[in-house]
Structures are given as structure tokens and as C-alpha cells.
Write a protein that binds this ligand. Sequence first.
Ligand code: CP
Length: 306
Amino acid sequence: MRNFISVNQLNAKDIFLIIETAERFRQKEAPINKQVFVANLFFEPSTRTKMSFIVAQRKLGLEVLDFHSESSSVLKGETLYDTAKTFESIGANLLVMRHEDDTWYDELIPGLQVPIINAGAGKGEHPTQCMLDLTTIYQEYGYFTGLNVVIVGDIRHSRVARSNAYALKKLGANVYLSAAPGFEDPTMDFPYLTMDEAVETCDVIMLLRIQHERHEARYEDVSYIETYGLTKEREKRMKEHAIILHPAPINRGVEIDTSLVECNRSRIFKQMENGVYVRMAIISKLLNDWGIINDSFEKHTKTYAI
Ligand code: CP
């Protein structure tokens, strides 16, 4: 694997390999015995993704180059490509990047000689979020085939919806969408359910944040949760074993009743924990595939099924 950009580049075997490797990293950490530099280039806000990448990188023993776009030469007009090329030139061995453009990586990949991980691309894809969501579902059920999964919310503006819908379909899950008028995505060919139908039939309720920053006008609907969200009343009608996911940040009381955020069905904070190990697995796989990590680590990681 040269870069980690889209779930579409992964087959089912690749996905299971990352899930399995993440689990092995959880059981036993395996630091790299070589100086390897990694740069986290975030041009959009992030708490979970950026911080869990940093934890993953430090657990792997990598040298982390921090970057703050708001105090960088981007303010002097430097392009995304030149910023990335600068980090490559000064010795970064891996770039992790988030940007508002849906396909920012297209202009970078041809000119760079280091691997790139997509940490979020506009409304396009969020493949490491998808991998941690899949890991969380797999931990719960141990399989994907035949699971009913509904992705609920601002589908049109969500990179999480896109990555998860296609990956889950590839793995044999029955994928449904549920959205308020205007939040549907006509480019995604999946059946729609109402929230009342979804809670009674689905094994996984994957809620999405309303992406206000990607809307042309502020979306205001004080009754959103009653019609389209997960209320306490709807939670009571969920299947006995069904779980709740949300990539977060959460708009409490909008997508989900605040009392449900940490209820027994919620795996929201488990998703965040899984993000560290999934990102360790993805980073180590890329470094292995590029031959950047040393022989001893390569031998070690082979015991981790990479
Ligand atoms: N889920 C997610 O991407 O969260 P952050 O925006 O905080 O990274």
C-alpha cells in the first residue's frame, strides 16, 4: 500500500488485516527502533483524529513534527503542495493530512516520495475513522455479513458516511441511510429508513454530526432530535443487542439525547480508544510497505500479521 486515502482502495482482506493488527497493537505495543519523522498537517479543526494520531505515533516511537496552519507560512501564501513538499524535504517520512478540499491528495501524490494518510478530506472520505468504526462493530459482533447498519444524519456533507457506507457494503452488511430533507445524498445508492424504522430493525445506529461548517446557511430546527435524532423513547425500541456509534464531536440534544451518549449501548468513547490502535496499524503498514522501517521492526511486525 503506497498511501491510505480511500476505503475504495481496500479489499475485505486488507480491512480485516488492519482490524487484526490494531487488536494486536492493543495487546502488545511494538515501538520502532529507528528514527522516523512524521508530520501532522491539519488544515481543519480536529480533536480526536489529530490527538489519536499523535498518541499512536508516540506509542510507535516516532518523532512527531507538529504543525499549526494558523501560524505557518500558509499565511504567506504557501500552497498545500509546497507545504507538503517542504516537510518531505526536511526529512518527514510520513505525512498525515486533513483539508477541506474533497480530493486534496490528488495534487500531492504525483510529486511526493513519502506516504500520505488521509485524516479527512472535505465531504469526501475519512478512511481512518471508517477503520475505527469497523473495528468497533467487529469487536461487538465478530462479523459484518447480514448486519443491518443505518447511517443517520447529515449524509450529504459527511465524509464519514461515504467511507462507512461503501466499506460496510463491501463487507456484506445491509447499509441504510436516514436523513432529514436536504441532508440526503443523491449520489449514494442506498435505501432510506425513517428513524422509527431504523431503531426497530438495525443492529448498528451510526449517528452523524450536522456539519454546520459545510452548509451555505445555518441549519436551524429545534425539533430535529424529535423527528430525525435518537431520543430516549427511540432508544427503548432498539433491538436488544443493538449499539450506538457517533464519530463525534457530538451536538448533544440534537443528534442524540445527552443521556444516551454514555448509555450501555453507546460505543462512542470505545470508537475513540480504537482509533489509536487502528492508526498504529495503518502507520506501521505504510512504513513497512515503503521499506522505511528497519529490518528488526519488520520481523517484529510480521508477528503482527502485517
Ligand atoms: N471524528 C473526528 O474526526 O473528530 P475530530 O474532528 O475531532 O478529529
